[in-house]
Design a protein around this ligand. Structure first.
Ligand SMILES: CC/C=C\C/C=C\C/C=C\C/C=C\C/C=C\C/C=C\C=C\C(=O)SCCNC(=O)CCNC(=O)[C@H](O)C(C)(C)COP(=O)(O)OP(=O)(O)OC[C@H]1O[C@@H](n2cnc3c(N)ncnc32)[C@H](O)[C@@H]1OP(=O)(O)O
Ligand SMILES: Cc1cc2nc3c(=O)[nH]c(=O)nc-3n(C[C@H](O)[C@H](O)[C@H](O)COP(=O)(O)OP(=O)(O)OC[C@H]3O[C@@H](n4cnc5c(N)ncnc54)[C@H](O)[C@@H]3O)c2cc1C
Length: 679
């Protein structure tokens, strides 16, 4: 059977049930899409880029990647990555990062590609850590793809605790070289994306030792494979770490160094330097070397909005063509989206996807501003950025993973099939809970920041002008929550103020618990660990405030009246759903009462009913095309059943009516049994 691409399957006109939904929209989907993607021009560019990809079959998969083994996947995605680069000049404005990212995603899919870490981490790491001379040497080559680089930090034995990384870089002033070494098995670099087979250069984080003194983990830029033969260089052992939960088109790798010598100037020297005689010059700020991690953490927030938005699109479109059961006896089977439980499962995911979209834009803008300030020598906002990016990354990835699973559950049995696209989205998105800083650890980093604010509150006020998103910590709350007393369908200030109360209270609560433990004689570090769960709660609560404030500003700024109305419904859902999420925390100090929580729950159900007719049009406004969604259930035209059948028929197993080994095993078993029964 000829292999077909998902997008070229049977298309017999749109399914009437999905057309009926689209007719109900109270707003213009293009106007909403332009709000989400920035402007009408940007939206138009997305569509032109998508059309370009559709019109070039060489950019497509020869058959669904779900049916490929790992080697086929790697070869297929590597082939397509090269074509992505070749076609880029014709298809996109290469000076615009978002166009490059979108074009690349349409071509390479979501499971990784050989330039993933080169683009996402290695180039940002060079930009943040290389001095001007080093940048002049390496950056043009990196952009020109004269080498493929990755970012090697995590080891078998340590990922989170960077201070205990074991890989060493020992300076030899006689030869002006570093000696890279992997002293133990646990020091083996493990996880770096594309390190296994694709990359030939890498940023390596290693303990810098000079004149016998260890100055901690520092970045080095290291060639690890021969540029012509691509063989690992003598003294470097490399390999792929094997199949993973997801991202299997990415060759995450392992690496060991055997007293491998590299020149002094391979140490990235923008922040710290080592002179030829081995003298160490420290950076202006000890954590400047971690900036590229902050970049990815900020970018991941927006990325989660895409994953959650895609999953919600699939599940909502499917829920209006799937009919199962009756609400009114003998009135006919209903669309499953008409069940209140289905709406409660799915529509809040759209609201969260919108919240993460706006928060992602905010985080990247803040990152760019802070990095610009750092380039002028001003480090003041680095701690604020680290705290905010840590909290947003942790909450967005966690809620996205849960949300995608809800979408999958909501599709019943078909959600379990890879044809739905949902397991693939989940397996990639959930990695975000771990990579680039494990979520719990990041929430505890934000807690360090909140602890400092708590000390300032206790000593009379902020030492410096607080940021827009932390100044609420220094205000006093009303005596009682105003939830439900000042009802307006467009102003949720009183609810956000209640979230602020919760975050402030939980911060002070964790702090006072900590103080009590310390006063009882407990060592500070032990007391920190004994209060980690309360601190985690405070961090989550603080991030809720940031997410709702950023979302509310975005809604306020929206100019299209019909779109603004839908966004107001979405933020209402988002905010009252969050009240349910933190009901215990609102109730436990008597700030809110049971009636107010009940009121919020009613608001959720009320706004769900209002949003229901717009649901398909809202997910249409995310403007994902069928290639991006890679889902039979989420097809824009709603023609799910005939295409599920076509997808199954294209499975390699169905090349044979009888499996070649059938007669050797099952056939023989049944034949033998029949023979025996005759005896
Ligand atoms: C064309 C395409 C272009 C662009 C693409 C655009 C978008 C792409 C979008 C997204 C990516 C897509 C897909 C991703 C796919 C796959 C994953 C890819 C890559 C994954 C890479 C990795 O995972 S790399 C490894 C990451 N590892 C970590 O994150 C380790 C986590 N650990 C740490 O960060 C630290 O060790 C720690 C913070 C936990 C502790 O550090 P430590 O040194 O021990 O510090 P502490 O003692 O706890 O704290 C000391 C003070 O330092 C402050 N601090 C800590 N970190 C920072 C920081 N980063 N910046 C500033 N300050 C920091 C901390 O707050 C303490 O301050 P105090 O004042 O309180 O003392
Ligand atoms: C898909 C994927 C891609 C990756 N890509 C790269 C890459 O390109 N380059 C790279 O260098 N690395 C990469 N990594 C590695 C990743 O950065 C680490 O896995 C991550 O930083 C977590 O570290 P860990 O695995 O050591 O987990 P651990 O730190 O061992 O965490 C295990 C558990 O211990 C808890 N824990 C650890 N420390 C603390 C603490 N101080 N307080 C409280 N709890 C704690 C955590 O919360 C977690 O529950 C990737 C990982 C994945 C999954």
């Amino acid at each position: 059977m000829p292999h077909q691409n998902l997008n070229t399957y049977i298309c017999a006109g749109d399914h009437p049930d999905i057309t009926e939904e689209r007719k109900k929209a109270t707003f213009n989907t293009d106007n909403f899409a332009a709000t989400l993607w920035g402007t009408h021009e940007k939206l138009e560019r997305r569509r032109e880029i998508a059309k370009y990809v559709e019109e070039h079959p060489e950019l497509h998969d020869p058959y669904p990647t779900e049916f490929m083994d790992r080697q086929e996947s790697l070869e297929n995605v590597t082939r397509k990555t090269l074509l992505w680069m070749e076609h880029a000049e014709n298809a996109i404005d290469i000076s615009k990062q978002e166009e490059g990212f979108y074009f690349g995603t349409l071509i390479t899919g979501s499971q990784g590609h050989p330039l993933s870490i080169h683009l996402i981490m290695a180039i940002p790491a060079l930009m943040n850590n290389a001095d001007e001379e080093q940048l002049d040497e390496w950056l043009p080559k990196a952009i020109n793809r004269e080498f493929v680089a990755t970012y090697s930090q995590t080891e078998l034995g340590h990922g989170t605790n960077l201070s205990k990384l074991e890989t060493t870089a020992t300076y030899d002033p006689k030869t002006e070289e570093w000696i890279l070494d992997t002293p133990t098995v646990t020091a083996t670099k493990w996880w770096p994306g594309n390190l296994g087979k694709s990359a030939n250069y890498t940023v390596v984080m290693a303990q810098l030792i000079t004149h016998g003194k260890n100055y901690g983990a520092h970045p080095f830029f290291v060639q690890v494979r021969d540029e012509k033969t691509h063989q690992p260089l003598p003294g470097v052992i490399l390999g792929d770490i094997g199949p993973k939960f997801g991202m299997n088109a990415n060759d995450n790798g392992f690496m060991q160094f055997k007293k491998f010598r590299i020149p002094r100037r391979t140490m990235l020297m923008k922040n710290a330097q080592v002179l030829p005689d081995g003298t160490y010059k420290p950076p202006l700020h000890p954590k400047l070397g971690y900036s590229s991690m902050i970049f990815v953490r900020s970018a991941v927030v927006g990325l989660m909005s895409l994953y959650l938005g895609q999953a919600a699109t699939i599940a909502i479109r499917y829920s209006v063509i799937r009919r199962q059961g009756e609400i009114m006896p003998n009135a006919g089977e209903v669309k499953i989206l008409d069940y209140q439980t289905q709406q409660y499962r799915l529509i809040p995911q759209i609201a969260r996807a919108a919240a993460f979209r706006f928060a992602g834009i905010f985080a990247l803008e803040m990152y760019n501003t802070v990095i610009h300030e750092i380039s002028k020598g001003n480090m003041d906002a680095l701690a604020d950025l680290h705290a905010l990016a840590s909290g947003l990354k942790a909450v967005a990835t966690f809620q996205t993973a849960l949300g995608i699973e809800q979408c999958r559950f909501a599709c019943g049995g078909h959600g379990y099939s890879l044809a739905s696209g949902l397991p693939q989205i989940y397996s990639v998105a959930v990695g975000g809970c771990t990579y680039e800083g494990e979520n719990m650890v990041l929430l505890l980093q934000l807690a360090r920041y909140l602890r400092k604010r708590a000390i300032e509150i206790k000593s009379g006020g902020p030492k410096e002008k607080p940021t827009e998103l932390s100044e609420y910590l220094f205000k006093t709350s009303a005596k009682h929550s105003l939830i439900g007393t000042n009802v307006s369908s467009t102003n949720f200030e009183h609810v956000i103020e209640s979230f602020e109360h919760v975050a402030r209270r939980l911060t002070l609560f964790a702090h006072s618990k900590l103080e009590k433990l310390e006063q009882s004689g407990m060592e500070h570090e032990i007391a920190i660990n004994q209060t980690a769960v309360p601190w985690r709660r405070a961090s989550h609560a603080h991030t809720r405030v940031a997410l709702t404030r950023i979302f509310a500003h975005a809604v306020q700024r929206t100019t299209d009246i019909a779109v603004k109305e839908v966004l107001q419904d979405l933020i209402k859902l988002y905010i009252y759903y969050e009240v349910g999420e933190c009901a215990a925390e609102l109730l436990e100090d008597g700030f809110a009462d049971g009636h107010q929580i009940e009121f919020a729950k009613d608001q959720v159900l009320e706004v769900l009913e209002k949003l229901r007719p717009n649901a398909v049009s809202i997910v249409d406004s995310f403007d994902f095309n069928d290639r991006e969604l890679n889902s039979v259930l989420g097809r824009r035209d709603g023609n799910v059943y005939e295409n599920l059948l076509a997808w199954a028929k294209s499975s390699p197993l169905n090349k044979h009516d009888v499996m070649p080994f059938h007669h050797k095993y099952l056939g023989k078993m049944m034949e033998d049994a029949r023979e025996q029964s005759k005896m």
